[in-house]
Ligand binder design. Structure first.
Ligand SMILES: Nc1nc2c(c(=O)[nH]1)N[C@@H](CN(C=O)c1ccc(C(=O)N[C@@H](CCC(=O)O)C(=O)O)cc1)CN2
Ligand code: MG
Length: 282
């Protein structure tokens, strides 16, 4: 039996802490979220972000645009929010319709308001250890490990998946925490053997229940970033939970693991954005 890493409970504690911090400050914080189209999963995530803002005391603006909006139209909406002095943080919910170039959209968000940490300026800041905004899922994974008293320094960490929003940045954050990091992907050979080396295994490959006990060293910490709905409508991750929990020392559930931590870190970034905004020179 492994220890369950309860992201839901830790995220609730973080939101309480942020609420107390914000209420003691002489300024407000406002997050603007843009949702393009009506993808059901994206709509749930945006609702969850709005609810988290309410819990923390952050003002939340949700801007819903039709999936027929042009790229120029979306960029104009972002520029309006960049210019608004009453908006501290901006994010555009991903994925976007195929007709829109996500790269151009991410680059259009002011780096000072980019609470997702996706703008190239913030990505560069992360890799150079400069101040910026950390992407929410990778930051949430590190926070979950730390608050669960899992030591990272000196550990063998294997990251499965090299996406820009999870795999690459979480590898950099683990390195910043002095872990020894191996980043694997679809072309990696001898994957089970490499994963078996991991003290901490982070799985972000986007394939339901793909990682079973053959990939896990007994006693390892397993962090599952995937989120899927199976043919029976059950939510599951990239890890075959029932097979892996028998081997792992600690494991995140799906739901209730990394997902809630992502939203808690978004709230934290909003407070940072508001603080920097309030203290900027006039
Ligand atoms: N602009 C962004 N787009 C996307 C991001 C992101 O960080 N910024 N990440 C994902 C989606 N996402 C946040 O936006 C996200 C996904 C899942 C959860 C979550 O809490 N999941 C719950 C289960 C929810 C359910 O019932 O379906 C859990 O794991 O417990 C939070 C945030 C892609 N897009
Ligand atoms: Mg403000």
């Amino acid at each position: 039996m492994s220890v369950l890493l309860n992201g839901k409970a830790i995220a609730a504690t973080i939101k309480e802490e942020l609420k107390a911090q914000l209420s003691a400050r002489p300024y407000t914080a406002t997050l603007a979220v843009i949702l393009v189209g009506s993808d059901p999963a994206s709509s749930i995530y945006v609702k969850n972000k709005h609810r988290a803002c309410e819990q923390v005391g952050i003002r939340s603006l949700v801007i819903t645009l039709p999936d027929t909006i042009s790229q120029a139209g979306l960029l104009a909406e972002i520029e309006t929010l960049n210019q608004r002095d009453d908006v501290d943080g901006i994010l555009v919910q991903l994925p976007l319709p195929a007709s829109i170039d996500s790269r151009a959209v991410i680059q259009a968000i002011s780096p000072a308001k980019d609470v997702d940490g996706f703008h190239p300026e913030n990505v560069g800041a992360l890799s150079m250890n400069h101040p910026g905004f950390l992407p929410c899922t990778p930051a949430g994974i590190i926070e979950l490990l730390k608050r669960s008293n899992i030591e990272i320094a000196g550990k063998e960490c294997v990251v499965l998946g090299r996406s820009n929003i999870v795999g690459k940045p979480v590898a950099q954050l683990l390195l910043r925490e002095n872990a020894t990091v191996t980043l694997c992907h679809s072309q990696t050979k001898h994957l089970p053997q490499i994963c078996q080396r991991a003290d901490i295994l982070i799985v972000a490959i986007g394939k339901p229940r793909a990682i079973d006990s053959r990939y896990v060293k007994p006693g390892a910490v397993v962090v599952d970033v995937g989120i899927h709905r199976d043919s029976e409508g059950q939510i599951c991750g990239d890890v075959d939970f029932s097979a892996v929990e028998a081997v792992a020392g600690a494991i995140t559930p799906v739901p209730g693991g990394v997902g809630p931590m992502t939203i808690a870190m978004l709230m934290q970034n909003c407070l940072i954005a508001a603080e920097r905004h309030a203290s900027r020179p006039a």
